[in-house]
Write a protein of this length. Structure first.
Length: 63
């Protein structure tokens, strides 16, 4: 009854699709190491997209 529907522009959906596709290509070229066998000295860097810039989890800008 109190359902909210959010309009998502076509350009935003296309951008999200391209980001997913790019991540899939990246993961196919640089697969993640097996967490059981990988050295645990570095924390993984997660990526988030904000507007048109991508940032690392530590706040640095990806180029």
């Amino acid at each position: 009854m109190g359902e909210v529907v959010r309009f998502v522009p076509k350009s935003e959906r296309e951008r999200a699709r391209l980001v997913r596709e790019a991540r899939a290509i990246y993961d196919s070229i640089f697969p993640q190491a097996d967490p059981v066998r990988a050295p645990q000295d570095k924390a993984p860097i997660s990526r988030a997209v904000s507007d048109t810039r991508a940032y690392r989890s530590d706040g640095g800008l990806l180029s």
